[in-house]
Write a protein that binds this ligand. Structure first.
Ligand SMILES: Cc1cc2nc3c(=O)[nH]c(=O)nc-3n(C[C@H](O)[C@H](O)[C@H](O)COP(=O)(O)OP(=O)(O)OC[C@H]3O[C@@H](n4cnc5c(N)ncnc54)[C@H](O)[C@@H]3O)c2cc1C
Length: 515
């Protein structure tokens, strides 16, 4: 907070701390601009913690003939594996084929996918026999199975990467704050945006902060900021919800993920191993409004269960679901009644308002670095910032240590693992598990509070140690213990602690399926 008192004039202020905003903060500070990022809740609180956890070119977009988009994403996929090696893994996917023609089609299509990745390929795709498909995917239905096609993409921990990008930006000189909401935009006499009014949620202190450029990187919340700029601005975004279910590993026991290329509603369904469990999704449901905690609809849950059960021998029921989470994509709202809603999230879009406010929406996690590069280049092109080249192509993200050993769960901390082990050496009780069903330990919680800017029970259990996304009931059970640990570290009283527990339980109950 001292930085805010000492510095009221910034080069760049970024509103929103998801993948897009954090990528921009990192790009901006490494180009030498005085950079401030403000996130209203926590890093990756929005869509960026609710993805399918894939670092991918998008096989689906290839089928749509969107070659340039796939090529760009495959390139960024390769950079992410190099720059955040502790969080991004090479993941093999198998497409089970029940028709000979499909086997042929996907083999050819995925060869093109391999080719587009060029030097940054994750491995060659190939056709496999029925026997090999069945032996690698122990739970796949074998009736009419003809074989499979194996291909490779990346898999990652989305909100942990967000936190690590925030840390990298801070290490490179940026000021990056969570729990800090932008409430108004400031303008000069000519009507040009030259800053923001923002409130620190912990102290309720309000700050007026000036900047040469203000960047709106708020995803599905973009219209809220655009309407701060122009109260009469029409909604430009319509949210579409995507839901995922998390299951026990026994539903997909091997190392391979499953990709179902065409569900009944024309989407792709993934079953992906993640933190020793399986993430299954997703859906595409148009909504009329956005919120910070979108909630899965019954019909979305039914759809995922039904589709998965068509392919799995071991049938999934609602009782098997450990956690359920929903995320929102920003779609372009129709301009008039005759126009249909169309997706803009495939490629990103930069909008410059009359007031000079720059808004960036769409894209995907995989392309966050490229989106940041394009946004800063735009600000330079507009003459708002002195020219400076992008420096993030080979920049290592906090924690990257080049290790690919994933045999113990602390691997996701990369070079920070030794810091966590040191905590246990100093206080051996921190080596205890936080819940008997989970692999996570108390030292990770202390680490998150001391080193990763976690300020609430939800920050810890949703986005640092991913318990809420992996086992929502367990998260609810341990919330009083986590609140006690937070209160001790942050010197908070009992009233604060009780408030934390009830807030968390209210949010976490949305991640539990009610029968
Ligand atoms: C269901 C689903 C699955 C996906 N799966 C994948 C995948 O597997 N791989 C992939 O590459 N991409 C995937 N994506 C896309 C990817 O998740 C998004 O492109 C990305 O997370 C968007 O990030 P963002 O920063 O633009 O938005 P968000 O993550 O939503 O961030 C916006 C932030 O702005 C903050 N904010 C809003 N208003 C204010 C304010 N007034 N003041 C301060 N802060 C504010 C919010 O709190 C929020 O944290 C998926 C998307 C969805 C919906």
């Amino acid at each position: 907070m001292n930085q805010l008192k000492e510095q009221s004039q910034w080069d760049v202020i970024i509103v929103g701390g998801g993948a897009t905003g954090l990528g921009i903060a990192l790009d901006s500070t490494t180009r030498g601009y005085k950079t401030l990022l403000l996130e209203q809740v926590d890093f990756a609180k929005g869509t960026s913690s609710r993805s399918t956890k894939l670092v991918h070119g998008g096989v689906r977009y290839l089928a749509q003939g969107n070659i340039d988009l796939v090529k760009e994403a495959l390139y960024e996929r390769g950079l992410m594996l190099k720059n955040a090696s502790h969080l991004v893994r090479n993941q093999s996917f198998i497409i089970p084929n029940y028709k000979w023609w499909d086997a042929f089609l996907y083999t050819v299509g995925l060869k093109i996918y391999d080719f587009l990745a060029g030097k940054l390929s994750f491995g060659t795709s190939l056709r496999i026999s029925k026997n090999e498909t069945a032996s690698r995917l122990k739970t796949i239905k074998q009736e009419n199975l003809k074989g499979g096609v194996v291909y490779h993409d990346g898999q990652f921990d989305d909100s942990r990467l967000a936190v690590n990008i925030a840390q990298t930006a801070i290490e490179q000189g940026a000021t990056v704050l969570n729990h800090f909401k932008v409430e108004k935009l400031l303008k000069n006499e000519a009507g040009i945006v030259n800053g923001v009014v923002a409130k620190d949620a912990e102290t309720n202190t309000v700050y007026s902060l000036n900047a040469k450029v203000v960047i709106n990187a708020t995803g599905v919340f973009s219209d809220d900021i655009l309407q701060m700029d122009d109260a009469l601005a029409k909604n430009s975004i319509r949210p579409s919800q995507g839901v995922h279910l998390v299951l026990d590993k026994s539903f997909l026991p091997g190392n391979d993920a499953i990709m179902i290329p065409k569900t009944d509603d024309g989407r792709v369904l993934f079953l992906v191993p993640w933190h020793n469990r399986v993430v299954v999704g997703t859906t595409d449901t148009l909504l009329d409004s956005h919120s910070l905690e979108p909630t899965a609809l019954d019909k979305e849950i039914e759809f995922i269960l039904e589709t998965a059960n068509r392919y799995l021998i071991k049938q999934v029921t609602k009782n098997d679901v450990l956690s359920i989470f929903a995320g929102l994509r920003p779609l372009a709202a129709p301009k008039d009644k005759s126009e249909k809603t169309k997706e803009i999230s495939r490629s990103h879009k930069i909008i410059v308002s009359k007031s000079g406010l720059i808004t960036i929406t769409g894209g995907k996690w995989t392309t966050y670095r490229r989106m940041a590069q394009d946004t800063l280049n735009k600000a330079i092109e507009l003459g708002k910032l002195p020219a400076s080249k992008c420096k993030t192509k080979n920049l290592l993200i906090h924690g990257a240590d080049g290790s690919t050993d994933t045999s113990q769960h602390l691997y996701i901390y990369g070079s920070d693992t030794k810091g966590i082990r040191q905590l246990i050496d100093e206080s051996p009780e921190l080596g205890e598990k936080i819940h008997p069903r989970l692999e996570f330990i108390k030292a990770e919680v202390v680490w998150a509070i001391r080193n990763e800017m976690a300020r609430t029970v939800e920050d810890v259990l949703a986005r640092r140690v991913r318990v809420l996304f992996l086992d929502a009931e367990a998260a609810i059970e341990i919330s009083p213990m986590i609140a006690t640990m937070l209160a001790k570290e942050l010197h908070k009283d009992n009233e604060w602690k009780q408030g934390q527990i009830s807030n968390f339980i209210e949010i976490a109950s949305r991640y539990v399926i009610k029968n």
